[in-house]
Design a protein around this ligand. Structure first.
Ligand SMILES: *Cc1c(COP(=O)(O)O)cnc(C)c1O
Length: 397
């Protein structure tokens, strides 16, 4: 939440990043809010500029599939938040994940991935890259020995998601980075759960940090956006290849929306975390609650690791309820009026995903979890107002 000394690049401060960094107001009438530079291309005043721009499209303005001034402000802020040299933004988190992975793999090579990543990350390996001769192994990443045992001579990428977003399994980032270095692997982490405020994986030696900016970073459930943070050479490589060729870029209007979202990130995350913890303190005393999943909860199996590498814990948690019938469970879900039943998270509004909804849909993930399991995201509302809704619903169980 604060300007932590743990970040690899502690200057500029969080306030500086969110209020000023990347914003050159002299360029646009001293406007406080950066303009949406809604243009596809940029004119060159002379040949010298033409040549200079074409020598480095990442940091000049040539064409908005590559770089755009509004998008560039966002890139600078995100890189500073993660403590990396640079950042790229994509039209979705899935696009950022795909660019990070595809940019570092060839046919015949092998990827190790923690066992339950975001569903479309799993699909990228299982359904998409497998068509191009890429091998993969999913491992229980809670134990570094399992990861070490999965390394093969052709392993190239170690893909992490810590915590993940249903059961919040964590990987030891420092240990993973050390293992990867030993075997020459590229490490990628999906850091969406923590946001850059609560965990900076680059500081532990992780090579590429990706985010679904759709979640906390934009924070208002109105933009789909992806983020990739890494050192300059890696960003340059992915820019020239996956970003420019696949073209999954973010438009300037969406970039301006995310810049606006970032202004309140610390406040929103703090509120969401406090609300979640307040509700957990009520839920854990409720007779119909079997188990709570939350990385900073005293019952969490990896509490010590979570506290070691995370500075905070956010608004996502899961609960396993006690229920002897699916009908009662469904009644409980249907009674909730203030929580919306929806995927995604990280916005202003509180949400639930009940795993009972996945039952009887063939091939859907998370059906391995019990039907009494509900993933909660707690937004910015009054927690007592949310608790009233939950208490009323729980009478059905
Ligand atoms: C939502 C999500 C994604 C995908 O991001 P989109 O912006 O929806 O494409 C990836 N990883 C995690 C952990 C997510 O929650």
């Amino acid at each position: 939440m604060n300007d932590s000394p743990e970040t690899r690049n502690p200057k500029p401060s969080l306030s500086d990043i969110l209020t000023h960094l990347g914003e050159d107001r002299e360029q646009y009438f001293q406007a406080i809010a950066p303009p949406v530079i809604q243009t596809s291309n940029f004119a060159f005043p002379d040949l010298a500029t033409f040549r200079e721009c074409f020598s480095d499209e990442l940091d000049h303005h040539v064409y908005s599939r590559g770089n755009n001034p509004t998008v560039e402000i966002l890139r600078k802020k995100l890189a500073a938040l993660e403590g990396t040299d640079d950042a790229l933004v994509f039209s979705s988190g899935a696009g950022a994940v795909a660019a990070a992975v595809i940019g570092n793999i060839r046919a015949g090579e092998h990827i190790i991935c923690q066992q339950s990543p975001y569903s479309w990350t799993s699909a990228l390996l299982r359904k998409f890259l497998s068509r191009f001769g890429v091998e993969y192994t999913f491992v229980d990443g809670t134990d570094i020995q399992h990861i070490a045992a999965a390394v093969r001579p052709n392993t190239r990428i170690l893909y992490l998601e810590s915590p993940n977003t249903m059961t919040f399994e964590c990987q030891d980032l420092a240990a993973c980075a050390a293992l990867a270095q030993k075997h020459g692997l590229v490490t990628i982490i999906d850091n969406s759960y923590c946001s850059p405020l609560y965990q900076n994986p680059a500081a532990f030696g992780i090579d590429i940090v990706v985010h679904s900016g759709t979640k906390y970073l934009n924070g208002h459930s109105d933009v789909v956006v992806g983020v990739l943070c890494a050192n300059k050479a890696m960003v340059q490589k992915i820019f020239e290849s996956e970003l420019m060729t696949l073209g999954g870029i973010l438009g300037p209007h969406d970039a301006a929306m995310v810049i606006r979202g970032l202004r309140t990130l610390p406040l929103r995350l703090q509120r969401s975390s406090e609300n979640a913890q307040w509700l957990i303190s009520r839920l854990e005393k409720h007779p119909k609650v079997e188990r709570i999943w939350y990385p900073f909860h005293h019952s969490f199996p990896q509490l010590e690791l979570a506290k070691k590498q995370m500075r905070g814990c956010g608004g996502l948690f899961s609960v396993q309820f006690k229920s002897d019938s699916m009908e009662k469970m469904e009644t409980f879900i249907h009674r909730l009026e203030r929580f919306l039943m929806a995927v995604s998270w990280g916005g202003h509004e509180s949400l639930i995903i009940p795993t009972i909804g996945f039952y009887n849909i063939p091939g859907k993930p998370n059906a391995s979890l019990p039907w009494t399991f509900v993933r909660f995201y707690i937004g910015l509302e009054d927690p007592e107002w949310l608790w009233e809704d939950l208490e009323r619903g729980l009478e059905a169980l």
